[in-house]
Design a binder for this molecule. Structure first.
Ligand SMILES: [Mg+2]
Length: 237
């Protein structure tokens, strides 16, 4: 099999690459739909949880495709899409956002091969890095990352949109991570699940790229390699 030799550092995206973000999203969508249903029922508006959840799922994908990560800005859009004519209070917006993230964090566990793969790469002498995007509010993602139980493996963590002005697919977060490691981008390989942010940004910065195919995002930049699980990495590097 064709291999990617000569790399000094392996850098990773976080959500849906190292942690099971879809499980987190499912829990977050359920909790928000339940809360919203209750809120409206209390005000005499009967919209059941199922349709609210379906609208929220599609809104989540759409906002991600547009790299709009501030959840506070999502809820008025969701309100409109489910046909609720109510004005939504700032306080309730904050409550939904807190509920979304607490549910997400509790349910988005690392994949089974996350820790073993990171430990293997570390043993092999690679520098490890994480390049992830903001959760839309400065400081929020950093707090989420601090709670990860595999953080000890990483030599560098960069949060696009917080540590740099722009999020992926800007090359800036990738360039910052490489410079913090003291390595040229050409000695770094980036592993991520989204072709339109992870692969495009890393490529623009001059890194080699590996697409971890968790689901089909449709169009996007082609990576040097495509894998279906982290456990395949040792065969490539
Ligand atoms: Mg991701």
């Amino acid at each position: 099999m064709h291999r990617l030799g000569g790399m000094k550092a392996v850098l990773f995206d976080l959500d849906e690459t190292l942690i099971d973000a879809p499980a987190g999203l499912k829990a977050a969508h359920r909790a928000v739909a339940r809360e919203l249903h209750r809120y409206l029922a209390f005000r005499g508006i009967e919209i059941s949880e199922g349709p609210i959840r379906t609208k929220l799922e599609s809104l989540d994908d759409r906002m991600n495709l547009q790299t709009k990560y501030d959840r506070d800005a999502w809820w008025p859009v969701l309100f409109e899409e489910i046909g609720a004519k109510q004005k939504i209070s700032h306080q309730f917006i904050r409550r939904l956002t807190r509920l979304y993230w607490s549910s997400f964090v509790a349910a988005s566990k690392p994949y089974a091969d996350t820790r073993p793969t990171l430990a293997y790469l570390k043993r092999k002498g690679y520098k490890l890095g994480m390049i992830t995007d903001t959760d839309g509010v400065k400081g929020k993602k950093k707090r989420r990352i601090k709670r990860l139980d595999f953080l000890e493996f990483f030599d560098v963590v960069v949060i696009g949109g917080d540590d740099t002005k722009q999020t992926k697919p800007s090359p800036r977060p990738f360039e910052l991570a490489a410079s913090k490691l003291g390595l040229p981008a050409g000695k770094c390989v980036f592993v991520g699940d989204k072709p339109f942010t992870d692969i495009r940004g890393a490529k623009t910065a001059g890194m080699r790229t590996i697409l971890l195919k968790r689901r089909d995002w449709g169009s996007g930049d082609r990576a040097d390699f495509t894998i279906n699980s982290l456990a395949e990495l040792p065969q490539i590097l």
